[in-house]
Design a binder for this molecule. Structure first.
Ligand SMILES: [Zn+2]
Length: 328
């Protein structure tokens, strides 16, 4: 990872921007500075961004349920200090850690609406905005025909259940069978750390409330142009979704790639990954292939709308943000 010391970082900035001296000093004056402080105390206006791209006959809309900051020491394989340095060098450092977005993708072809992932729904960080985002598109949850959940971590399936009820009553639900088996296994649950218990609890609830759950065995087409890709590693049944039509394609890779640490390295993990060898193998396979194919990628936790490509740059893999508007 690129190294950049905090002192070098501060030294590179114009003098007036260091330590908040623009606000506190003479430039704005004391009363204005006080007003700015009072404004900061008000709850922020919630914005529901969405971005749309065309993939052949499909419209893909990126939505977001919100965000959470992951402490720098949540990335086994690197020290917290190393991850923080990487964030500083990418100008994304926050005191609270690495910001994870929670992006979902709505796929429409005029006949069917498929939602990929359902968000954390308030179970972590500043989340729970997906229903408002759908509402902004004029959609209630009962207008969704199918939900594909890429794996059974709480930040991907939380929104399936609202107030103890099935929140997508008209939807077929697709989840890989290996994840359904893993996350409903009492023995696995008993042996799991505290931070995974919410996912185990939610998985049991989802299975109970979704009689239309279809456990997926291997790669298959859900409808013409929408197919499941096996990306086992992050969890046993971690899957991606390929959208393909009219010579264009996009692959939603879920937790294949995390901000700040990927795709530059594959030996750095996220705390929730229970089988690190499998997670590393997944990324070792995928990053070079994605780079050589120039695949358009959608990734849950990358900065909104999570669209980009893995590119090989002088022997190092990096994330290249893709156009997400006015791209035709
Ligand atoms: Zn995730």
């Amino acid at each position: 990872m690129p190294q950049l010391s905090r002192r070098a970082f501060a030294g590179a900035l114009p003098l007036g921007l260091i330590g908040g001296s623009l606000l506190g000093g003479g430039l704005l004056g004391d009363s204005l500075a006080r007003a700015a402080t009072q404004d900061a105390a008000k709850p922020p206006v919630v914005v529901n961004p969405f971005a749309q791209i065309r993939i052949g006959r499909f419209t893909v809309t990126a939505l977001t349920d919100g965000y959470a900051d992951m402490p720098y020491d949540y990335f086994p394989g690197r020290t917290g200090a190393e991850v923080e340095q990487a964030a500083i060098s990418q100008f994304t450092a926050r005191q609270t850690g690495v910001r994870f977005l929670f992006n979902q993708y709505l796929v429409e072809d005029g006949e069917r609406r498929i939602l990929i992932d359902a968000g954390a729904a308030g179970s972590i960080g500043q989340t729970g905005q997906l229903p408002d985002a759908l509402n902004a598109l004029g959609l209630q949850p009962d207008k969704i025909d199918a939900v594909i959940v890429t794996h059974m971590h709480q930040d991907h399936m939380g929104g399936l259940v609202l107030g103890g009820k099935n929140n997508y009553p008209e939807a077929d639900l697709y989840i890989d069978r290996r994840d359904v088996t893993h996350w409903t296994d009492p023995a696995k649950r008993n042996g799991a750390p505290d931070y995974l218990q919410t996912s185990f609890r939610m998985a049991e609830e989802v299975v109970r409330l979704y009689p239309r759950l279809q456990a997926i065995d291997g790669e298959r087409e859900i409808m013409r142009g929408v197919s499941i890709v096996d990306l086992t590693g992050h969890t046993p049944g971690h899957i991606g979704v390929r959208i393909e039509d009219g010579g264009k394609s996009m692959i939603m890779v879920s937790d294949m790639i995390f901000p700040v640490v990927h795709p530059a390295a594959t030996d750095v993990f996220f705390l929730f990954e229970q089988d690190r060898a499998a997670a590393k193998a997944m990324r070792d396979r995928f990053f070079p292939r994605a780079a050589s194919e120039g695949a358009l990628i959608a990734a849950t936790h990358m900065p909104f709308p999570g669209l980009g490509r893995v590119v090989a740059d002088h022997g190092e893999m990096r994330w290249q943000v893709a156009d997400w508007a006015l791209q035709d």
